[in-house]
Write a protein that binds this ligand. Structure first.
Ligand code: ADP
Ligand code: ZN
Length: 541
């Protein structure tokens, strides 16, 4: 798809310069555009800031017809305006769509609109039959998957678009997707034979560290900012609205130009803060995850997590808002186990603030559904184990989660764990690996890795009692191991496909959760390799 001799290549170059002011294309942009303009369905996995918008805006400009963009952000950007003008404006838009010389190039709609508006579908029908439906773009496509961290029920209905408009190419875009999310998306949207573009999720210019969260967390934070990023731009992610306000107030006392931003502020207030931030009148925003989607400030120098993020995917995406200009930026997370309990409680109660977006029935869907709750708690537990890991490269841990391989030497000591210079020693862990595999089998291959590890370590938590797993002979067999070692071995088994993280759908809600399965055929072939798993030893290197 790199070729420069497509019929549209010249036009592409010219418009990229003239209309968008870009001197060149960023990695994958040209390839994605060529594939979608050739009429293929395309799935694009590109990190935040990679330049996804151009891949549909440029084709929209040079192709005849209308490009439909389904985006959850529409409501975010336009919620103020839409409330007021909704009805009349819609009438006008529909009239234009029906006119024979429709001049629109891009039509942005929320997924909710596609799911619920017959009128919209009728108009799309009409465009389609006149061969004026040029392309269908699904932005933030990972929201289709319940397996992801950001599921939105209305996205599941989007499969209808491919059914109704089979000849219109679909372009699905996302910045967060593991292999299973990708499969879910491709299947739910009905994209057969689609071309897949996947970029590395590594962000070399970001540094990562985890700090213990103590009572004097805000003092630490103040010190960190003053020492490393004084008067520079940053985001402090907080768990609750109250936290945002408290943290902002404290930072102001310390002399920072800080403000807060969260979902219970009214739209004009939010717009005011956003605007001040874009103009550098404020440099630190203390926000819930409601802040950030659709925010495009290139010079954010730090992202601080004042409390535990809900998933590794969410964490990666939130950190990704730093350093979009490619310059060095810091990501610091203040971690305490107490926050895990707190987030878990909020998830259980359904009172946690999710990313903003389409006004859906999402909250209800979340609280009433045990399986979804279990998935959320598993995602949270992975985040906990990321934080508690004090040996492995942070990049490696994040990238494994996205199904990427990464050699820690390439971290160049830009994460706290690599800076520690621990040394690796070789240990034979075959017996431990066998025990873990045995546990997966004897518990029926239907539990998550977090659960298996808890059993192995001899925990007596609620779930273990519920399944009577404390009665297994291997319960507590791994007591003597450091927690990090057991999960490192488990992770290795998964990376090597000896254990497989699979998606389990519950019958009732169609929701999913991860379970471990064992492909026993591979076990013995891999044993030799297992002997050389490296276990990191604490101490000076
Ligand atoms: P994403 O949606 O992948 O997060 P965007 O489409 O918002 O990223 O693009 C991020 C930034 O990069 C925007 O400011 C955009 O104008 C800029 N950008 C995109 N493509 C190019 C390019 N080829 N050259 C220069 N800047 C670009
Ligand atoms: Zn590292």
């Amino acid at each position: 798809w790199k070729r420069m001799d497509f019929p549209w290549t010249k036009k592409l170059e010219a418009n990229n310069k003239k209309v968008f002011g870009n001197h060149s294309f960023r990695p994958s942009q040209r390839e994605v555009i060529n594939a979608t303009m050739s009429g293929c369905d395309v799935f694009v996995l590109m990190p935040t800031g990679g330049g996804k918008s151009l891949t549909y805006q440029l084709p929209a400009l040079i192709c005849p017809g209308v490009t439909l963009v389904v985006s959850p952000l529409v409501s975010l950007i336009q919620d103020q305006i839409m409330h007021l003008k909704q009805w009349t404006e819609q009438q006008e838009i529909f009239r234009e769509l029906m006119s024979s010389v429709c001049t629109y190039k891009l039509l942005y709609v929320t997924p909710e609109k596609v799911a619920k508006s017959d009128v919209l579908l009728r108009h799309l029908d009409s465009l389609y039959s006149r061969e004026l439906l040029a392309r269908i773009v699904i932005d933030e496509a990972h929201c289709v998957s319940q397996w992801g961290h950001d599921f939105r029920p209305d996205y599941q209905g989007l499969g209808i678009l491919k059914q109704k408009f089979p000849n219109t190419p679909v372009l699905a875009l996302t910045a967060t997707a593991t292999a299973s999310v990708k499969e879910d998306v491709v299947q739910a949207l009905g994209l057969e034979n689609c071309v897949i573009f996947k970029q590395s999720f590594n962000r070399p210019n970001l540094s990562y560290s985890i700090m213990p969260k103590t009572k004097k967390c805000l003092d630490d934070m103040d010190k960190f900012i003053k020492e490393n990023h004084f008067d520079e731009c940053g985001i402090v992610y907080c768990l609750s609205r109250m936290d945002c306000e408290k943290v902002a107030e404290k930072l102001q006392e310390y002399g920072h130009k800080a403000a807060f931003y969260h979902g219970s502020m009214d739209p004009p207030q939010r717009a005011y803060v956003q605007n001040q931030w874009s103009k550098d009148e404020i440099n630190i925003i203390c926000a819930t995850v409601a802040f950030g989607m659709g925010i495009n400030k290139p010079d954010v120098r730090f992202v601080i997590h004042h409390s535990l993020p809900k998933s590794i995917e969410g964490y990666h995406q939130e950190c990704g808002r730093a350093g979009r200009d490619g310059l060095r930026s810091s990501c610091v997370l203040y971690y305490s186990y107490g926050d895990y309990i707190r987030v878990k409680h909020m998830l259980t109660q359904g009172v946690i603030e999710q990313t903003p977006l389409a006004y859906g029935s999402r909250r209800g869907a979340f609280t009433n559904n045990d399986r979804v709750l279990e998935t959320n708690i598993e995602n949270l537990l992975r985040m906990v184990s990321y934080c508690e890991n004090d040996a492995d490269c942070r990049r490696l841990l994040q990238l494994i989660h996205f199904g990427e391989n990464f050699s820690p030497e390439n971290c160049n000591k830009t994460c706290d764990n690599c800076l520690k210079m621990l040394h690796w020693i070789e240990k034979d862990v075959t017996d431990i690996a066998k025990q873990l595999i045995e546990l997966v089998k004897s518990t029926g291959q239907k539990h998550s890795s977090a659960h298996i590890l808890e059993v192995f370590r001899g925990s007596l938590n609620q779930n273990i009692k519920k399944y009577k797993h404390e009665t297994l002979s291997l319960h507590g067999a791994g007591k003597h191991l450091a927690k990090g070692d057991a999960s490192r071995i488990m992770r290795h088994l998964v990376v090597e496909d000896i254990l497989v993280e699979d998606v389990k759908k519950s019958d009732l809600y169609g929701s999913v959760s991860s379970i471990l399965k064992n492909l026993s055929a591979k076990l013995y072939a891999s044993l030799r390799m297992l002997r050389t798993i490296l276990v990191k030893e604490a101490g000076e290197g």
